[in-house]
Write a protein that binds this ligand. Sequence first.
Ligand SMILES: [Zn+2]
Length: 315
Amino acid sequence: MITVGVDLGGTNLRAAILHPDGALSAVQREVLSDPSPQAVLDAVVAATSTAMREAGVAPESVGAVGIGLAGQIHRASGLVAVGPNLGWRDVPFGTMLAAAFPCPVRLENDLSAAVFGEAMAGAGRGVAHLALVAVGSGVGCGLIEAGRLVDGAAGLAGEIGHMKVVPGGEACGCGEQGCLEAYVGGHRLALRARRLAEGTDPSSPLSQATVTAKDVGDAFEAGDAVARRILEEAGDHLGLAVANLVTLLNPKRVLLGGSVLLGIPYLVDRVRDGVSRFTARPALGEVEVALATLGDDAGLYGAAYLARSGASSAA
Ligand SMILES: [Zn+2]
């Protein structure tokens, strides 16, 4: 079956064709200038049509479309309860998609799509008990248990970024305090480094308003003490959280991904160290920690493979 995969971010979307042999082709990228549901739907349809045309695939030969979207999705109804990157609340996007495409459409959380992509085509191939922990601007997790995605009762499983690591601690973008993301997410990591640099060494390059997580990683490599302190703290919180995830779920493999985590090797080392120190011994013996390999394409592969494996009309 030929399927289309779509990875829907907050500012752009990507779409591609997945061929029966597992090859991904005709990757399209569209900037989302208008986050309204109708405009996003139009962009999804346009990118999908362009991908099909570019790949020489007739619309009637596409068996299903899969879409990964950051947020809380009620799969039975196709309702996007919360889509933080697009500012959505209670958007019936599954119903809108079903009306726009002649074939079945599957709507999934973006990290569920990404872990499924790694399981089918990346570093999780053949692993039935798999977790993907990704750190970009946000912190999230996709989980596969006995070969099936773990969704939770309301589509909220895997929200590792909002596990509390410091009761009453740093304010998080979700409105709560002390979440893992408030220490490790790229924006927060950069903000924390900037605040600490301003207080200790205003001439530090890290005290500038434009500082990014990558700048913090680069400063660490150059021996900067502020960067070290911020990354040690972030790495400790993340390592402990991943260790607890391993103790709780007993995965065979944990993949580390996301631009911030993969862009700062010290954080990866710190997570590996945390897992080996804090995971309960029996679970530790079973687990491998590895790097995700598909990068941004994990969500595209995953959405397209999910469409192939069990597309159901979301309406
Ligand atoms: Zn939070």
